[in-house]
Design a protein around this ligand. Structure first.
Ligand code: ADP
Ligand code: NA
Length: 330
């Protein structure tokens, strides 16, 4: 392929993706697979840096893959693979560990935040070296571009530093990747708590639209979404966070502008608007849910897809690792 290589990953850490993941990540990934040779990775080795229940991890990985495919990541266009199916990830991470400074790794703010929450005795060394594993994920595929959110910028900088350091010590080996900060995709907020983003780690799931929710559940969650006492389907995130969030969702999924939705619902109540929104959301999610459940009901087909992707990923990753071992004398 002559398209630029791209690598991105997501952790299989919940049994269902939510509407925020779909709008904030999957819609871009779907678009990017048309213009790039995309490697999309289910980061199960990253997931085990915090405790996981084995059966749930295995199941969540498969469910996440099924949802990606259902959301439009096409196995014929993208290499959608599971990280642990490609041993080169763990092997390159070890090599990169040996050229990373302890202080350099210690400056990663995401680790500082996460470990501060957990306390140092329940924080694993794996969580500490997580960004080094992530660097290896990217460098194995000689990805030119790495689509990430702003919060991942520091990890991409580390990846660039490690690639440059390796290249200067051992000879040109790695492509130094460019962060491709995703163009401001809409941020979706919790329907019950519109001050917080919709997140799988929210305390209550009442305000989260899961991709695998039954349509009747989605309908209920939308009808119960927090709004305000003022009335008026008007976009104003500062004073009408709940309604503005619903307008964003409506707009992204329908392709209609916020202004035209406001005009359509001028003088009408929140109930009408929510009913229409539920139709739009269910219209998008219900076919995906069906497709995901179909795939999950056919484990052999899912295995076939994953095995083909692992073959492709191994071919590329192993070639890079062979060069690395050769360069460093292994
Ligand atoms: P969560 O917050 O549920 O744990 P992740 O951190 O696993 O979600 O995010 C996976 C991807 O989905 C990231 O690219 C992230 O930017 C996107 N994403 C997650 N939540 C939202 C949201 N509420 N709105 C928009 N994008 C989101
Ligand atoms: Na998160």
């Amino acid at each position: 392929s002559t398209k630029p290589r791209l690598m991105s990953g997501m952790q299989p850490s919940a049994d269902s993706l939510h509407l925020g993941n779909y709008i904030g990540a999957l819609l871009s990934w779907k678009e990017l697979q048309e213009t790039h040779e995309a490697f999309y990775m289910l980061a199960d080795l990253h997931a085990i840096t915090v405790p996981q229940e084995p059966a749930a991890l295995r199941e969540n990985t498969r469910r996440t893959v099924a949802q990606y495919i259902a959301a439009g990541i096409e196995p014929s266009k993208s290499t959608l693979f599971v990280q642990s199916h490609v041993p080169a990830h763990a092997e390159l991470a070890w090599v990169l560990n040996t050229i990373t400074g302890f202080g350099e790794a210690g400056r990663m703010t995401q680790f500082k935040d996460k470990s501060a929450k957990q306390g140092s005795d329940s924080t694993s060394v794996g969580l500490f070296t997580y960004p080094i594993l992530q660097a290896g994920d990217i460098l194995l595929y000689n990805a030119v571009e790495v689509p990430v959110g702003e919060d991942q910028r520091q990890h991409i900088e580390l990846t660039r530093d490690l690639a440059t350091r390796f290249n200067s010590r051992f000879g040109d080996t790695f492509v130094v990747p460019e962060p491709y900060i995703l163009k401001a995709t809409a941020k979706i907020y919790d329907l019950q708590n519109p001050a917080s983003k919709m997140s799988k780690s929210a305390e209550s799931t009442a305000g989260i639209i899961w991709m695998l929710d039954e349509p009747s559940v989605t309908q209920k969650k939308i009808m119960r979404a927090v709004t305000d006492a003022e009335g008026g389907v008007v976009y104003d995130p500062a004073t009408k966070a709940g309604v503005s969030n619903l307008l964003t969702i409506y707009s992204v999924l329908s392709g209609q502008s916020i202004a035209s939705i406001e005009a359509e619902f001028a003088g009408r109540g929140y109930g009408d608007f929510k009913k229409a929104l539920a139709e739009v959301v269910i219209g998008t999610l219900a076919p995906m849910r069906e497709r995901a459940l179909e795939l999950l009901a056919d484990p052999a087909e899912l295995d076939r897809i994953l095995n083909a992707a692992a073959d492709r990923a191994n071919e590329v990753a192993q070639a890079t690792l062979d060069t690395v071992y050769d360069r460093i004398g292994l």
